[in-house]
Design a binder for this molecule. Structure first.
Ligand code: NAD
Length: 274
């Protein structure tokens, strides 16, 4: 099914990020890639930071065609030294980061009684260690530049609600809301705003992988996973799109005051209503 809302959202996008530098983690794919493209369209210089170095560089090269400066950086967000080195590379090439989208993420599904501790730790590390390490590096640059900035964490409807089979993911996504609120309080004195975007299901590689896995775990067809698990609670049976999420990110990134800080915005076709 098509998504009639997206075209209207595109047509109304007039927010500017001209002259700002934005670093988006996990942006060689899916939601992060679209956010980087939309930020470049709004005039930002963008840094594609991803585990997958070749894809990060290819994405950065493609976005450079939009006439902004871009940089592809190899970064494992769970590795303190790699995160700090990546931010130092950005500082040298493009100056201090003004916008961070801490977006890199993975998914692992299993019932808790079968969940391997190593998988729990792996998932928590990408989402929470990654969120902390990238936000800390960004805050340091934002304070040093004197300009402040905007930090956006990629939460999920799972920052608000639980689903079966996702114990570490739901725990981590709830945790990001707490982290964002702390940084919103600490950052205010430095003009640093921090918010969370909470998407519903978006058909990216992360979700494509889950459909057969959940079908197997739950003993239902893949079509039923989409219909009765993923989209059951939406108002229209529609997936959220990468554009839906990117436009929300642009709004947070461009918002000019502390009126929007410490907030979370659910972008889910009504799956979760606050
Ligand atoms: P994706 O799999 O398409 O992209 C994730 C990217 O993160 C990949 O490019 C991957 O290489 C990168 N990555 C993974 N581990 C990394 C690490 N340790 N360091 C650096 N990069 C790493 O996934 P997506 O669906 O675009 O998800 C992006 C974010 O959105 C995630 O945080 C995810 O939890 C969140 N989210 C996704 C959905 C959805 O339905 N797709 C819904 C809500 C929230």
């Amino acid at each position: 099914m098509n998504n009639p809302g997206t075209a209207a959202v595109h047509a109304s996008a007039t927010l500017s990020l001209k002259g700002r530098t934005a670093l988006v983690t996990g942006s060689a794919s899916g939601i992060g890639k679209r956010i980087a493209e939309v930020f470049a369209d709004a005039g930002a210089n963008v840094v594609i930071a991803d585990l997958r170095q070749a894809d990060a560089k290819a994405t950065a090269d493609a976005i450079a065609g939009k006439g902004v400066k871009t940089l592809g950086v190899a970064m494992d967000v769970t590795d303190e030294a790699a995160v700090d080195a990546g931010f130092a590379e950005v500082q040298k090439a493009l100056g201090a980061v003004d916008i961070l989208v801490s977006n890199a993420g993975i998914q692992i599904v299993a019932p808790i009684q079968d969940f391997k501790f190593s998988d729990w730790k792996k998932l928590i590390a990408v989402h929470l260690d990654g969120g902390f390490l990238t936000a800390r590096a960004a805050v340091r640059q934002m304070i040093a530049s004197g300009r402040g900035g905007s930090i956006i964490f990629m939460g999920s409807v799972h920052s608000k609600e639980a689903s079966a089979l996702k114990s570490p993911y739901v725990a981590a996504k709830h945790g990001l809301e707490g982290l964002a609120k702390v940084i919103a309080k600490e950052g205010a004195a430095h003009n640093i705003r921090t918010n969370v975007i909470c998407p519903g299901f978006v058909r990216t590689p992360l979700v494509e992988k889950q459909i057969p896995e959940q079908a197997q775990e739950l003993g239902i067809s893949e079509a039923d996973v989409v219909k009765t698990v993923m989209l059951k609670e939406t108002v229209d049976g529609e997936f959220t799109t990468v554009d839906d999420v990117a436009q929300a990110a642009l709004t947070f990134a461009a918002w000019p005051s502390n009126a929007l800080t410490g907030q979370s915005l659910v972008v889910s076709h009504g799956w979760f209503m606050q």
